[in-house]
Design a binder for this molecule. Structure first.
Ligand code: PNS
Length: 169
C-alpha cells in the first residue's frame, strides 16, 4: 500500500499550540507527517534551527508517524526529494490567505506535481502566531496558554540570556 507522506513546513520560531493542532489534524488524513523547519539564517530567529527541531521532536515524541527535519533551499525540491504527496499549511484567518495563495501558486509553478492542502486550526488558536507570541512574551505578557510548557521554559532562558549584562574579556 502506498504510504502518504505530507510535509508541514514553517519557521516554528517558536512552535505554538496552533502548530500542534495542525499536526494532530493531519494524522487521520496522512500516513506520515514530516515537519520541515526552514533553515533561514537571515531572519535572526529567537531559537537556532537545532533548538527548534529539538522542541518539535519533544512534542511529537513517541509518535512514529511524525518526523521532524530541517531543510534549506526550495520547499518544492525538499517535497520532491522526500516523496511527499502534498504540503500542508495552516490557514488562520483571511489575512493569511494572500500570502498562502501566492506561495501555493508559486510552488505549483515551480513543480506542478506539488499540491498544497490548507487546514484550519481550532478557533481558539486562530489569532496565534509565532511573531505575536514573541512580541507579547518579550513585553512581559502571559503566553503560557499559547505554547507548550517546555517551549515557555526555553523562552524564559532565552530572555534571561538577552537581559544578562554583557561580559567582556
Ligand atoms: O512559518 P513560515 O515562516 O510562514 O513558513 C514559510 C515557509 C518556510 C513555508 C516558506 O518561507 C518556504 O517555503 N521557504 C522555503 C524557500 C522557498 O521555497 N521559497 C519559495 C516559496 S513560494
Amino acid at each position: 500500500m502506498t504510504q502518504r507522506l505530507v510535509v508541514y513546513p514553517g519557521s516554528f520560531d517558536p512552535l505554538h499550540h496552533g502548530h500542534l493542532d495542525i499536526v494532530h489534524r493531519c494524522l487521520p488524513l496522512f500516513d506520515t507527517l514530516l515537519i520541515a523547519v526552514l533553515r533561514n539564517e537571515e531572519k535572526r530567529p529567537l531559537f537556532t534551527i537545532e533548538e527548534r527541531v529539538e522542541m518539535l521532536r519533544e512534542q511529537v515524541d513517541g509518535n512514529h508517524r511524525v518526523r521532524v527535519e530541517s531543510f534549506s533551499g526550495l520547499l518544492v525540491d525538499f517535497v520532491e526529494r522526500v516523496g511527499a504527496v502534498a504540503i500542508v499549511r495552516g490557514l488562520r484567518a483571511l489575512s493569511d490567505f494572500d500570502y498562502e495563495f501566492q506561495m501555493a501558486l508559486m510552488n505549483r509553478r515551480l513543480n506542478s506535481r506539488v499540491e498544497t492542502v490548507f487546514m484550519m486550526p481550532k478557533e481558539e488558536y486562530s489569532y496565534v502566531s509565532s511573531r505575536l507570541v514573541k512580541e507579547v512574551f518579550f513585553l512581559g505578557g502571559d503566553v503560557s496558554a499559547l505554547v507548550p510548557a517546555s517551549v515557555l521554559a526555553r523562552m524564559q532562558v532565552a530572555r534571561a540570556a538577552r537581559e544578562a549584562p554583557e561580559t567582556t574579556g
